[in-house]
Design a protein around this ligand. Structure first.
Ligand code: ATP
Ligand code: MG
Length: 389
């Protein structure tokens, strides 16, 4: 079978933007499939039709895995093309079903080309009757809960038949929702937050803060690997590496230990905001989840947000740790996230940090630091690298 039909859901609702969404989706599909596997990918009334080269047709598993990473795809199927006549559809359907194991079946037709003269229920009946006639007699029709469904799609000048549907990842094509900059730590949460932002169509850049040379480079290696996995969804990424050691030294020397975590986060947000502005990112993304750790109380999140004007998205705000862990395993980042590293932020953090850091107190503490100068220096020293698919 050398056609794949991709159906999408929400894109259909986007009115005038629909073309833009569809083009992005096609572009993204082409990015994930090997170019040598694709003869063409194009829109045909409300679907994307992919024609695989004969070479591509051989690696169904590869294509399945690849399409599972294209946000915007609701479901897809490997389909066989038939002529747009009832006889050809009957034959194709029979060929696809005859070797399958099942007791009950049904035929389900979608007739998008309303010029085709036979309405869907009639196509169902005719194709079903043909299958009955040619297949062993113990098979029964079951229209509500069959073991097996034969799908027929009559679209434009084409007719396609398939017998298996694969669930896509849903969401919206990466790139239709603008850009955001993720604060990526190397822990479990921020890669999952990245997943959810990409799922709603946002193209991501990443910033990681490290304390090298005071720590080793493990966290940097981890974020590179995590980004390689996230690239399955968005193909290429930019990573900004920011040295946080000087800022930490100042905070440790001059501010109350209880306020350190919130101060670290405020500085991170400011540096990220500055990078985002230079890079046309409209928002920051963080992996915070309400109440998960001391720095993530409502009060502290408020105090952190207050350091910047830029919008901070927190896609995990309402998720339990266990839900996040499960998603991380599904996305494939979990095994990397749990590798040991020397996270810059656990350095010099007291056992009992402030859970309700008041803005007033934090601002007072920052007066003793050379905040602007530190931020400016840090931004200047940020190192940018591309991580490709
Ligand atoms: P994660 O698993 O993402 O590290 P966490 O539960 O460990 O999250 P924190 O360590 O409090 O939570 O960090 C909260 C968020 O701040 C992270 O999800 C991430 O977005 C950001 N962050 C923390 N440390 C760093 C870092 N070193 N570099 C970049 N972002 C960071
Ligand atoms: Mg962390």
């Amino acid at each position: 079978m050398n056609h794949v039909i991709c159906h999408y859901s929400e894109i259909g609702l986007k009115g005038k933007n629909r073309k833009f969404f569809e083009e992005k989706l096609i572009y993204n599909i082409k990015q994930v499939l090997k170019p040598s596997d694709v003869e063409f990918a194009k829109r045909i009334s409300g679907r994307i039709l992919i024609k695989l080269t004969s070479k591509g047709g051989k690696s169904q598993e590869h294509i399945q895995r690849a399409l599972y990473h294209v946000f915007g795809v609701a479901y897809f199927a490997f389909a066989r093309e038939s002529e747009q006549t009832i006889e050809a559809m009957q034959k194709t359907a029979y060929e696809l079903i005859r070797d399958k194991e099942f007791k009950t079946f049904r035929v389900l037709t979608k007739r998008s080309n309303k010029n085709f003269p036979i309405i869907s229920p009639e196509v169902n009946k005719k194709v079903g009757a043909y299958i009955f006639k040619h297949i062993s007699s113990d098979k029964r029709a079951d229209l509500t809960n069959p073991d097996f469904t034969v799908y027929v799609e009559i679209v434009e000048k084409y007719a396609f038949v398939y017998v298996e549907k694969f669930q896509g990842p849903g969401g919206l094509p990466v790139g239709v929702g603008g850009r955001a900059l993720v604060l990526l730590s190397g822990g479990i949460d921020s890669p999952v937050a990245s997943y959810y932002a990409m799922k709603r169509g946002v193209k991501l850049d990443f910033i990681h803060f490290h304390a090298y040379p005071y720590t080793n480079k493990a966290s940097i290696e981890k974020v590179r690997k995590i980004i390689t996995i996230l690239n399955q969804f968005q193909f290429t990424s930019t990573l900004y590496l920011s040295s946080f050691a000087d800022i930490q030294k100042q905070i440790v020397a001059k501010a109350s230990p209880k306020l350190r975590v919130v101060l670290y986060r405020r500085f991170m947000a400011r540096i990220a905001e500055s990078i985002a502005q230079k890079n046309n990112s409209v928002a920051l993304v963080s992996g915070e989840s309400l109440g998960q750790v001391a720095s993530q109380t409502l009060e502290n999140i408020y105090t952190i947000s207050n350091a910047v004007d830029i919008l901070i998205l927190r896609p995990l705000i309402g998720q339990d740790k266990q839900e996040i862990v499960e998603k991380a395993k599904e996305v494939g980042t979990y095994d990397i996230s749990i590798l040991p590293d020397q996270d810059c932020c656990v350095r010099f953090v007291p056992k009992h940090p402030e859970t309700k850091a008041r803005l007033k107190d934090v601002e007072k503490a920052e007066k003793k630091l050379k905040t602007k100068k530190l931020i400016k220096a840090a931004v200047q020293e940020v190192v940018k690298e591309k991580i490709s698919f």
